[in-house]
Design a protein around this ligand. Structure first.
Ligand SMILES: CC(C)(COP(=O)(O)OP(=O)(O)OC[C@H]1O[C@@H](n2cnc3c(N)ncnc32)[C@H](O)[C@@H]1OP(=O)(O)O)[C@@H](O)C(=O)NCCC(=O)NCCS
Length: 150
């Protein structure tokens, strides 16, 4: 396996597939409309030409099997790496692909001045929560939500 920088021609469709899978894992039952898909595609394509955003692709025989999208964000005046999305093709999971992608994203974030990386994950996405915990992430904030009655 090889980790390379995002290449829009090779990787755009794969990142979009990953974004859609991650969305469905996080929000089961919520339909991905064509508008949402278009916004996702535009967001991914925005890696190109944005110094505060990067993508890394795991390749097996030159075919993408994993992706990570990371950007630089500010928590007050503290720069942090923010993992926007991470996706590994089902048949390659639990073999350390996400771990290697995360290492590449962390190296990039460190170069940008960040001293930590963070991410958002839905409590319903148990596989991802477990993987992140094993990768050393700890919960620091809790987002709370309440359904509004009409
Ligand atoms: C979450 C995801 C990226 C993990 O990728 P992965 O390549 O399987 O992760 P790794 O193999 O690097 O695993 C890292 C650690 O987590 C563990 N792990 C990964 N998935 C696990 C699972 N479902 N259950 C238990 N442990 C798991 C691994 O065994 C490993 O532990 P170790 O270091 O003690 O051996 C992958 O499951 C995925 O793409 N899911 C769908 C998309 C998604 O939901 N993305 C997250 C959106 S927030």
């Amino acid at each position: 396996m090889d980790i390379q920088d995002f290449d829009i021609r090779r990787d755009l469709d794969y990142y979009l597939e990953g974004g859609k899978v991650a969305f469905q894992e996080s929000f089961p039952g919520v339909v991905i409309t064509s508008d949402l898909e278009r916004d996702m595609r535009t967001g991914i394509a925005g890696i190109n030409g944005n110094e505060d955003m990067a993508g890394f692709t795991a390749l097996q025989d030159n075919v993408p099997i994993g992706s990570i999208l990371v950007c630089l964000q500010w928590f007050y005046n503290i720069p942090q790496g923010y993992i926007d999305s991470i996706y590994v093709k089902e048949e390659y999971r639990k073999s350390g692909v996400a771990k290697e992608l995360l290492a590449a994203a962390e190296k990039w974030a460190l170069r940008k001045g960040a001293r930590s990386v963070c991410l958002d994950v839905s409590n319903t996405n148990r596989n991802a929560v477990t993987a992140y915990e094993k990768l050393g992430f700890v919960a620091t904030l809790t987002q709370m939500e309440r359904v509004i009655e009409s």
